[in-house]
Design a protein around this ligand. Structure first.
Ligand SMILES: [Ca+2]
Length: 516
């Protein structure tokens, strides 16, 4: 080889290396095996608060109910077309326990954030366990964003946090593994949804004024819109920086106060529904516009194909449509937020790539069945292992997980190894007080520790959700065989998760009693 030829060859080699480095730098996040992930969390949204049907008939075909015709959610319809939704997806019955399960992949019975967190004082209630985790989760090394951050993800929080009380590190998402926090703090509701009110800083409930959004104070920008503008900015910035991102976009909507969003009020004026129910519907529609805007923005930036979206509510519906324990707010489901019935803890859930492209490498890694509806149950705890799975990450060594990876269920197939159980433990006082509900296959047990303090006034409620999905007929007395087994299995589940029990006046645990 001549000297010139050698020089040319070495130049070519160097050029190749440089080109390789450049293409690695410019490589879309997905080619590196790390898709962007957005959790789009809606506060207090139930599975009937949408024009997308989540209920199914006996053949598993989506079935519409009157509430589906009342609400308008074209953004969710778009996401349901590209993704898969779950007929049965469970969260805890109130905010902070669900949000902590999302962060940790653990059940509330195990992480011990069993009650919603009151910001200024410990709200364990008269018989609540003294050691419940009012201070929230404090260790960022085990949280979902904390682990994703070690994998090169930029981690962004926008909206309502409600992870911890005032004065604790858990008050602020950027102490829990998020690089960026906009509008998240201890508050479980906004001081006001109106920009003219400064979201509570100028007018409204000043003790719950939303932080960080001063730019919009005194304008007509509704809170859901302001958060969306901020989310789009953060997405653009993360894409510019070239790192994959994890965005926990947690709307304050549709939690009370039920303030009407003027952009959508006209759609419900002739509905015949009460004013606060109309206002609630405008909050739903504003949240839905936000989803649509985010999908458009991802598409415009050219990252929709490599961005995975998980849409869900954080507890059952709080729609102001009737008595707490009856079949109104989530008809045909029974009851609403905070209760032990299905309406208390069933939420809408959709998983989808922001834009379908089966040839995309990331989507091949996690194929999602478009337009499908999954009949097997999922829970909020499952998001932690599912998201770590797509990011190629693992939970910290020795860490105990209660969630399972939903990968197979997202393909629309049946997963015979998937557990069909859900334990929901609530040892506090609220709309439903001092209960554990335990779903196992077709059966659901509700155990009341202090039956005299609950509207049910019974210790045991037992429903067969196959034959009685709307919990109308208590079978506790007519099926003592099933009742005994369900109580035994519930006790075993509580013990294995190291649950804390309600206590009596002397501070002694009130443990579950087996039926006589
Ligand atoms: Ca909530």
């Amino acid at each position: 080889m001549t000297g010139v030829a050698m020089l040319l060859q070495s130049k070519k080699a160097v050029g190749g290396i440089i080109l390789g480095l450049l293409s690695a730098c410019l490589m879309p996040a997905c080619d590196a095996g790390k898709p962007n992930v957005i959790v789009f969390l809606v506060d207090d949204m139930g599975p009937l608060d949408t024009s997308v049907p989540f209920m199914t008939d006996e053949q598993g075909t989506p079935k519409k109910y009157p509430l589906n015709d009342f609400y308008r959610t074209p953004g969710m319809e778009r996401l349901a077309k590209t993704g898969i939704r779950f007929n049965t997806f469970y969260c805890m019955s109130v905010c902070s326990p669900t949000r902590t399960s999302l962060l940790t992949g653990q059940n509330a019975a195990r992480h011990h954030v069993t009650q919603w967190i009151r910001s200024e004082e410990n709200n364990r209630g008269p018989n609540g366990p003294p050691d419940w985790r009012w201070v929230g989760v404090q260790d960022p090394s085990v949280t979902l964003p904390g682990v994703l951050r070690t994998q090169g993800y930029k981690t962004i929080f926008i909206g309502k946090a409600h992870f911890g009380p005032c004065g604790q590190p858990s008050e602020w998402p950027d102490q829990l593994g998020f690089d960026v926090n906009i509008a998240g703090c201890s508050w479980g509701q906004p001081g006001s949804y109106y920009g003219q009110d400064g979201y509570g800083h100028i007018k409204g409930n000043k003790k719950r004024a939303v932080p960080h959004l001063e730019t919009y104070h005194g304008t007509d920008t509704f809170l859901s819109e302001a958060l969306t503008i901020e989310a789009k900015k953060q997405i653009s910035q993360a894409v510019d920086e070239g790192a994959p991102f994890f965005l926990d976009f947690a709307h304050y909507a549709v939690h009370a106060p039920f303030q009407s969003d003027p952009r959508f009020a006209g759609h419900y004026a002739d509905s015949g529904k009460p004013k606060n129910a109309q206002a609630y519907a405008t909050l739903i529609e504003g949240m839905d516009k936000s989803l649509n805007d985010i999908l458009d923005h991802l598409d415009a930036l050219g990252v929709a194909e490599e961005t995975l979206i998980f849409f869900l509510g954080d507890n059952g519906s709080d729609a102001p449509l009737g008595p707490t324990h009856e079949h109104n707010s989530s008809f045909p489901l029974r009851a609403k937020k905070g209760t032990h019935y299905e309406g208390g803890m069933r939420v809408p859930f959709i998983a989808s790539w922001a834009k379908c492209d089966p040839s995309n490498q990331c989507q091949q890694m996690l194929p999602i069945q478009s337009g499908a509806i999954q009949q097997q149950l999922g829970t909020v705890m499952d998001l932690y292992p599912t998201i770590l799975g797509v990011a190629g990450a693992h939970e910290p060594a020795g860490y105990v997980l209660d969630g399972v990876n939903l990968k197979t269920l997202l393909t629309g197939k049946r997963d015979s190894s998937h557990r069909e159980t859900f334990l929901m433990h609530f040892p506090h006082s609220h709309r439903s007080s001092y209960f554990t509900s335990y779903r196992q296959g077709e059966w659901k047990l509700i155990y009341h520790y202090l039956p005299e303090k609950n509207p049910a006034r019974v210790r045991y409620e037992l429903f067969n959700l196959n034959t009685d999905p709307y919990e109308k007929k208590n079978l506790a007395e007519s099926r003592p065989d099933v009742l005994l087994k369900m109580v035994e299995d519930m006790v075993a589940a509580l013990e294995s998760e190291k649950a804390l029990y309600p206590v009596d006046a002397d501070g002694n645990d009130i443990r579950p009693l087996l039926p006589q």
